[in-house]
Design a protein. Structure first.
Length: 94
């Protein structure tokens, strides 16, 4: 079994951050969905899967839903802030 790339001395070209911490209007790639089976199934039914590109459209204050758009779809999706915090996305390294 091989060690993950980070342990083999390779540097990652991205950082994983929660969707709630991502900048609105900037596309990001979904890297990981944290949560149980029901939450993962719900997100996948909405088209949010690992490897998909999504764009955070707006964050409504400190509480309330997060609105996002999945690449390839013209519709916008609102998910709760708790669920959005469990969607880890990539942010290109500076």
């Amino acid at each position: 079994m091989r060690a993950p790339a980070a342990r083999r001395g390779r540097k990652r070209a991205f950082f994983m951050i929660p969707l709630t911490a991502h900048r609105p209007g900037v596309p990001a790639t979904v890297m990981e969905l944290r949560g149980g089976h029901a939450m993962r199934s719900r997100l996948e039914a909405l088209g949010i899967r690992e490897g998909k590109r999504i764009t955070l459209v707006s964050v409504l204050g400190r509480h309330g839903p997060v609105i996002l758009q999945v690449e390839g779809s013209s519709s916008q999706i609102a998910v709760g802030r708790g669920m959005a915090a469990r969607i880890l996305v990539s942010e290109p390294a500076a």
